[in-house]
Structure formats: C-alpha cells, structure tokens
Design a binder for this molecule. Structure first.
Ligand SMILES: *Cc1c(COP(=O)(O)O)cnc(C)c1O
Length: 417
C-alpha cells in the first residue's frame, strides 16, 4: 500500500541508519538534554509553541518563592526586576542581529506592532498608507487597520503578491509591514533586499520575526531595518503567551513617539509627575511592566540560547526540512525547495489536511493544520533529531497510504487547530 519513496536530493540521508549517524555527529545534539521533550511523541509544532526547557520550572519557582515570596518589594531593585525588559532584550538582541540597546521584551506582538506602526507613521508625516501582504498572519493586518484608522486619510493596502511591491510603493506609503517567514507556507523573504527597496521609495520597514527568530540568523541592524516585532513562545521556547519583543533602530529612538504612553515609558516613572515625558532610549516603548512571572520563562530560555550557534541552527534546520520534503516529494509540498527561500517548517497541501493531522497526532507525530488545507510541520533544530524527521515522514506516508485518517473521530474540531 505504501507509495514508493521518491529519490532523495544529494546529501540527504537515504536511510534511517544514515539519520542515526547524523544524530550522533550533530553538534547541536547535546542541547536536546535542555528540553523536557514529551515522551513517545515527535513534536513538530515548535513553530507554534516551543518545548519547555528543563531549567524553566526551577527559575519560575525561584521567582515565585524567593524573589516574590521572600524579597517582596525589594526584588524590584535587588533581583533586577526593573531592568528585565532591557536585560532580556540585550540577551535576545544577538539572535536578531540587533544592538543590545535596540531590543525590549514586553507586551504581545499585536500590542508591540501597534506601538511601532504608529511610531513609524508619525515619522513619515506626509504619508498615510501602510502596505502589507494579504496572506500575512491576520493579527498584523488587523492592527494595521486599527492604526491607519487613527490617522486622517490613513489606509491599509494589501498586496496579493510581493511582485506588486515596487508598483505599489507610491509616495503615500509610509510603512511596509511584512513577515520574514510566512506562517503558513514557510516562505522566507530576503529581508535585506526588501528593506533596501522600501527605503529607496522613502518608506520605513517593519518586520515581523515570529516565524524566523530562533530558526535562522537575522541581521536587522546590518540591513538598516527600522522596526521589528516578534514573539518568544515559538522557536524561542519562552513559554505560552510569554511577553514578545520589539526592535527600534538606534537612529529612531530619540525621535520615535509611540502612542501607549504609560508610566514605565516615562523618563522618570517614579517622579510621579502629571505630564508625560518619554524616556530617552528604547525605554519609551514600554507602557506598563510586563508580567513578571512570565518573564521568568524568557529568562530561563534565553540562558539556553546563550550557548547556541545560529549558523549550526540554520544548517540543521535546512537539513531537517530538506530530508522531510525529500521523503514526501510525491505530495503537494508548498514550502520552497530552494534553501534561501524557506524557513524552518514544511507545509503540505491536502484537501483532508485536518483529519490527516489528527490521525498523525494519534500516532504521536504532532503537527498542526491551517485552514483551508495546509498541514504544517515545524522543525526546531535545538531538539528535533534527524531520526525524528525521518520517522515523522514515514508516519505521514503510512497515514495517507492506509487511509486511517478517514475514521470519523479525526474530523472533530477543537477551538484551536
Ligand atoms: C504568533 C504570531 C503573532 C502572535 O501575536 P500575539 O499578539 O503575540 O498573540 C503575531 N504575528 C505573527 C506573524 C505570528 O506568527
């Protein structure tokens, strides 16, 4: 019943034994021990919610029992709480090619996007259009609509394809907002090249890094990017709904004005004066203090990231996704074959993608489904092995060949797919 394996591309492992050998030689393999991996499961959904680092529970417990329980109010200073949005931002900065003083950990992606998009529009006073891609993760588009709605004559224009970008970069475009890696297809955009084109047209560039940070090296400063946002709970493994981050290029920090002017963005929050005066640096992009217990998850996971070489992450990511695509080449794989055009996930189109994914989950292979017809498999090089990629591809082939996904129980949908 099983369809024949398609021929592998050069360099791709040809057998499970080859994968075992690759795992034995993998320089990232020791990092697997840093993660509390689920038993008897192959977890290919780290692009949606990263796995729990083993050091996180202890740090969360210490934050609760010692810093909160014992230190109480003194922990703001003694435990360095008050600096955390900055110190964690500085630890995260190398992962996205930013200076340590250009990144802040706080709020959600949507809220941070609201702040940086508004700031960007204000930096281009004669211009009123925000350009985005129609297929972008919808919250980014909803926020763009919300922001442009606050500006007289403001509008959000959505491209059906990036091929239209140059034609649509008219004199009214203030900002372009794009995701570096598409959350559905895994398509990777050329961040530096697009940023340059946008700048040539006089507009500012905002990148969403949710599906790229932690999966590949990113060079925001070198590319002259203006603003960026991203979440910490996908490839960065900081925990469900952990605070996200924002990046503001140094050159904008003294002049950019964000709209959510809360007390923690004030130059002197503890002066308690009635007038708002923004902090000098990136601190003006704070609003309130981010949830402190959730920051413990960010602290723990960024400790793990300090040991990681992103070039090794990228090389393994491409090898894992390449192997998976090779083994399933007879299917409708929508993720690009060219390494420079893909992130760290593989998307496969299938009209019955939903029940197929459910059948895979029952077999212990955890991927997910995005409407209307995409099955997504995320590869997280810190904890996914070559053998798991091989076994997961075999499971996909078996589920499709056996037709087991047709069982009625696989068609029932929960609130989250
Ligand atoms: C996951 C994700 C978000 C999440 O937004 P929140 O406001 O933090 O819930 C935003 N944008 C993209 C592209 C994402 O992938």
């Amino acid at each position: 019943m099983q369809p024949p394996a398609s021929p592998a591309s050069p360099g791709s492992p040809a057998s499970r034994a080859d994968c075992l050998a690759l795992d034995a030689a993998d320089p990232l393999a020791p990092l697997r021990a840093e993660f509390a991996l689920p038993k008897d499961r192959i977890y290919l959904d780290g692009n949606s919610l990263g796995v729990l680092p083993v050091r996180t529970p202890e740090l969360v417990r210490r934050t609760v029992e010692q810093e909160w329980g014992q230190g109480l109010i003194t922990s703001w200073n003694e435990a360095g709480w008050v600096d955390l949005p900055f110190t964690l931002g500085a630890q995260l900065a190398p992962l996205i090619g930013a200076g340590g003083h250009e990144v802040l950990v706080c709020d959600s992606v949507s809220v941070n996007l609201f702040k940086v998009l508004t700031a960007a529009l204000r930096l281009r006073p004669g211009r009123r259009t925000v350009l985005g891609e129609r297929t972008t993760f919808p919250t980014d588009l909803y926020i763009a609509e919300g922001v442009t709605g606050l500006f007289e004559g403001g509008r959000t224009v959505l491209l059906d394809s990036l091929d239209e970008l140059d034609a649509r970069l008219t004199e009214d475009v203030a900002v372009v907002v794009l995701s570096q890696v598409d959350y559905r297809t895994g398509v990777l955009l050329d961040l530096a090249e697009i940023t340059e084109r946008v700048h040539r047209a006089g507009a500012l560039m905002v990148w969403d890094l949710c599906h790229s940070a932690g999966a590949l090296p990113i060079e925001l400063a070198a590319a002259g990017v203006d603003f960026a946002v991203g979440c910490t709970y996908k490839y960065l493994n900081c925990g469900p709904c952990a605070p996200s981050y924002l990046y503001v290029a140094e050159r904008h920090q003294g002049v950019a004005e964000q709209p959510l002017t809360g007390w923690f963005g004030h130059a002197e929050p503890f002066a308690f004066v009635p007038e708002y005066r923004p902090a000098d640096g990136i601190g003006r992009f704070l609003t309130s203090f981010p949830p402190l217990l959730a920051l413990a998850g960010v602290r723990a996971s960024l400790e793990v990231w300090q040991q990681v070489d992103l070039a090794q992450v990228r090389a393994k990511s491409l090898a894992l996704t390449g192997l998976f695509m090779d083994r399933l080449a007879e299917l409708d794989v929508v993720t690009p074959r060219e390494p420079e055009r893909r992130g760290s996930q593989v998307a496969i189109r299938h009209p019955d993608g939903f029940p197929v994914v459910q059948a895979l989950i029952e077999r212990g292979v955890i991927g997910d489904f995005r409407a209307p017809d995409l099955m997504r498999f995320g590869f997280t090089p810190l904890y996914t092995s070559y053998t798991e990629a091989w076994d997961a591809a075999e499971a996909v082939r078996e589920v499709l060949a056996s037709g087991e996904w047709r069982a009625e129980r696989f068609s029932r949908r929960g609130a989250v797919t």
